[in-house]
Design a protein around this ligand. Sequence first.
Ligand code: BES
Ligand code: MN
Ligand code: MN
Length: 447
Amino acid sequence: MQFDQELALQELFEFLRMPSVSADSAYQAGMQQAVQFLQTKLTRLGFKAEVRPTEGHPVVYAERLTAPGKPTVMIYGHYDVQPEAPLEEWRTPPFEPTIVDGRIYARGSTDDKGQLYAHVKGIETLLQQNGELPVNIKILFEGEEEIGSPNLAKYLEAHSAELKADVILISDGSRFSADTPSITYGLRGLSYIEVHVQGASRDLHSGAYGGAVPNPINVLCEMIAQLKDDQGRVTIPGFYDGIQELTEQEREMWNTLPFDEGQWGASIGIDQFPGEAGYSVLERIWARPTLDVNGIWGGYQGEGAKTVIAAKAGAKISMRLVPGQDPNRITELALKHIPTLAPEGVKVHAFEHHGGDPFVVDLNSPYVKAANRALQRVYNKDAVFIRTGGSIPIAATFTRIVGAPILFVDMGLDIDAPHSPNESFAVQDYLNGILTSAYVLDELGRL
Ligand code: BES
Ligand code: MN
Ligand code: MN
């Protein structure tokens, strides 16, 4: 299948130059540019494409239903990206895509603008080749995935009739490895909370008061330290209740994957793998829940030293969840338990940010087999079946409202460094992604 590679890169670069950061209202203009860009492009491809408001950032909804009797495929992606901070860590500007050693460096290059746009170009390639599409296509590109999709469920409920499809196609994650195509069949869920500890009514001289007053930072650290035991298990009562253990069959399947712990660690500069006892690295990431502090603040953060006892300290804590765990219940358990860990003399305020359901897909579906045939056409290899530790909070709601299973055909790699400074997407992965999209749609059209 042929397409103009140079043009495909140019168009993606134009899209990546639009700073579509959903978390920060200073980027309104970038969000607006991105939806306009997508609407214009999809309209040119013969879609009925609209920018639709939500209570937050708009969605782009488009459809081209010109293949009677063929399946209807819903393609989901997100045009919003994570904030670029810390800017000083970027070797090239985050919103000026730059190719270095065969990789496109830019915020959103892999998560998710590059993967989203590979589908747009895959569709275009099919149209150029055949003049028609092999399936009916509906497209929903949202702008709030990176902030937990707070308004999308409401939008979906309100538009459920037009969203019906036979299968949902999503590319918003990582392949198993550079030379192994994969189909992702599970995501972890998420519960994200924040905890504040208040001590004195103002910051104090650490000499004049230290030793005789509660120190909120020390207290917070002691509380956090109690949230996991020496076996790496989360200590929140009830946290593991009802969890679906991974099956022997999955365990065996994962054991045969060509996964090299040492190499994996080396790519991120570590050589020790602490975690829950009794589980391999892949099992811990893909099938076990965990709790991590994602940010912590309090006291003096500036240059040099300042002798001070802060009045207040805080931590942002994410819990990744697996099938059997309900994010609302886990959030409740955490918010109830954490304040009980505080000593007398401080005030604790714990509250929720957002959550999302864990998710697994049935591997025995004709859609999965079709995707495998498509990947064989691109890579000349069978796909492996993997799960991922990341989350797409809307996935469970989406599958319910669309009334169809999700097919996760990821195009990126973890080493693309999504969410980090110097996020990138290999040029080859983008080009293969375009082919993958075209072949997956083609194979779905043969069902
Ligand atoms: N594309 C990721 C999800 C992902 C990450 C899939 C890694 C596969 C591997 C998505 O954009 C994301 O970052 N999700 C957030 C959800 C959060 C912001 C509510 C996540 O997992 O942290
Ligand atoms: Mn993403
Ligand atoms: Mn992301």
